[in-house]
Unconditional design. Structure first.
Length: 132
């Protein structure tokens, strides 16, 4: 189970697409698709995002129990990462931080990569190694 956090939605998407092209047995869960923002009530957005993330994690857990697939998650927001890390055992989840924004500093990451210093190809190489 790989998780990419940080950077832009475009960068995460490019990395996921390149990775999945080389690893067709893997699936991609884009948490961006369930991220709730911009509503009239930010507390309701936070609750909905947390609930959606828990449901998504349960779907991943069910698929993995059934032996169906490996999964790459992409994560746009710190509050979602917190939920994902709470839902999965640390040894099941490999977290990769893709930027240096302060919002990610309070979390534990297995790898940190600067998208300003590393090329897409270099990051793809790291993902390839981690998928083995």
């Amino acid at each position: 189970l790989l998780l990419l956090a940080g950077a832009s939605e475009t960068a995460r998407g490019l990395l996921a697409n390149a990775f999945l092209a080389e690893h067709p047995s893997w699936k991609h869960l884009a948490l961006e698709d369930i991220y709730e923002t911009g509503g009239a009530d930010s507390a309701e957005d936070t609750f909905q995002t947390s609930f959606n993330t828990i449901v998504a994690c349960e779907c991943v857990r069910d698929a993995r129990r059934a032996g169906e697939c490996n999964v790459m998650l992409t994560c746009p927001a710190a509050e979602m990462l917190e939920t994902v890390q709470d839902e999965f055992a640390q040894d099941d989840l490999t977290c990769i931080r893709l930027d240096e924004r302060k919002e990610w500093e309070r979390f534990s990451f297995d790898h940190a990569v600067s998208t300003k210093k590393c090329s897409l190809k270099e990051i793809e190489g790291l993902l390839r190694k981690l998928a083995k």
